[in-house]
Design a protein around this ligand. Sequence first.
Ligand code: NAG
Ligand code: NAG
Ligand code: NAG
Ligand code: NAG
Length: 453
Amino acid sequence: MNASCVCFSRTCILILSIIFPCVDCFRKDLFSTKTSYHWIYDLDQHVPQDEYMKTEISGQSCQAIYTSALIRHGARYPSLKDIRSMSELHGKLLRYKVDKKLNFLTNWKNPYPEAKEKGLVKLGEVEQYHLGLRIRRKLFSLFENNLGNVKFVSSSTSRTKDSLQAFYKGFNGNVDEAKNVQYGIDDEILRFHTKCKRFLESVENNKTHTKEYRKFKSESHAVNLTAAVAKRLEVDDLNITTGDLKLLYFLCPFEIIISNKEDWCHILTDEEKEIMEYHYDLKQYWKKAYGHSVIPKMACPMVKKLFSDLDNAIKNQKQEERDPSVGSFFFGHVETLAPVYAALGLFNDTVPLLAKNFEQQRNRLFRASHILPFSANIVLILYDCHSNHDAGGDNRFAMKLYVNEKVKKFPGCKEDACWYDEVRERVSSHVDHCEFDRFCGMTDHAHTAHEEL
Ligand SMILES: *[C@@H]1O[C@H](CO)[C@@H](O)[C@H](O)[C@H]1NC(C)=O
Ligand SMILES: *[C@@H]1O[C@H](CO)[C@@H](O)[C@H](O)[C@H]1NC(C)=O
Ligand SMILES: *[C@@H]1O[C@H](CO)[C@@H](O)[C@H](O)[C@H]1NC(C)=O
Ligand SMILES: *[C@@H]1O[C@H](CO)[C@@H](O)[C@H](O)[C@H]1NC(C)=O
C-alpha cells in the first residue's frame, strides 16, 4: 500500500493506493544535458523561507550578505541539425518493417519548427520561473527592500535572455515589472570558449582529443546496444548508426519536454539509456571539463567575476566601499558551467572517465544528467560571521556553495560552510592571475567554435 497526503487549503486527506507493477515506467534522470531540471529536482519538497539566510561555521552563527549565481538556460528546442536528422531517421524507419510498438511512427510528424531551433520552450520558462521564485524565498530577507540592487547578466543568445526574463518574473513576483528588467549582455564571461584560440585548437577542433568518446562506440556495451536495438526494431538489415542511436536517445526527452508525450521513450531500456548517458558524459568530460588543462583556465573570466563580486561585497560590508548590491545572476550554457566546475575542482572523479571503464564509473561524480541538466545552477553565498571576528577570530566571512540547490562542500573544506579566505586562496590563480588573452591567443577566422548546448 502506498499512502500519500493531499492538502486542499487547510484540509488534508490521506490517499491510499495499491501499487500496481509499473508497465511503461522509465527513468527520466538519464538524458545527459537534455534532462529537464524538474526530473532531478523534487518540486514537492517544502522550501522554508530564508532557508539560506543563516549558516554556522566553527560554532559561530553567520548571516548571508551577498549571492552570486551562474545558471544554465532552461529547456530548449533541439538544434537545427537535430531537427533535420530527426525527420531523416523517421523517414528511414518508416521504410523498414518496424515493431508494433512503433505504430506511432506512421502518424508522427516532426513537431519542432526549424525557426525555433534552440529557442527556450515553455517548460524551460517554467523551470526558470520556479527557480527564481525559490531563490528569492530561500534568501528572502537578503532581497527584501533590495530588489533594485541585484544585477542580471546574460550571454547574447535568445535562450539565455529569455531564461533571465522568466527567472526574473519568479524572482520579482511581479509579472508586469518583469518586462522592464535591466540586464547586461556579456559573452566575454559567459561564452569564453568561443574566444579562446588555444582551446579551439587543442580541444574543440582536435579529433584526437575525443578519442575516448569515439572509442566507446566500439566497446562491447555500445556494440551490443546497437545490435539489440536493430533486433528490437526488426530492422536487422538496416545499419543503425551511432547518429541514429543518439536521436533515439534524445528524441525522448524533447518529446516529453515539448509535447508531453513519450512515444519515443520506450525504444531504449533504462540500462541502454545509461550506456548512452555514459557515451555523452565521455564527450562532456573530455571537451568541457577535465579533459584538458586549458578548459578550467579559460573559465577564469567567469570565475573572476563571481568572486570579485563577493570581494566587493566584503569591501562594502567593511564600509571601505559603498555599493548596495546584494546579488548577481549570470545566465549561460553548459560550456560556461562545466569549465567553472573544473576550475573549482567539483565533480572531479579520481579515475578519469574512459571508454573501457563504464562499469567502474557507474557511480561517477561527473554525471551530466545530474550536474548539467537544463537550468543547472551554481549558487555562491557569502556570509558575515562578525561574532567570530569580534571574539578575536581571524576570520569574519564565510561562504557556501550550492549546486542545483543542494549544498556542495567546497573541495578541501571541512564543513559545508567554509571560511571565505580559504576558498579565495584556492581560486586565486583564476581570480588574481586571469590572463585570458595572453593564455588563449586571439581567435581568427580559421577557427570556429561549435555552438553551445
Ligand atoms: C590534440 O589532442 C591530443 C590528445 O589530447 C594532443 O596530444 C595533441 O597535442 C592535440 N593537438 C593540438 C594541435 O593541440
Ligand atoms: C556483448 O555481447 C557478447 C556476445 O553476446 C557478450 O559475450 C558480452 O558479455 C556482451 N557485453 C556486454 C558488456 O554486455
Ligand atoms: C549494412 O552494413 C553491412 C556491413 O557493413 C552491409 O553489408 C549492408 O549492405 C549494410 N546494409 C544497408 C541497408 O546499408
Ligand atoms: C582532479 O583530480 C585529479 C585526480 O585526483 C587531480 O590530479 C587533478 O588535479 C584534479 N583537477 C582539478 C582541476 O582539480
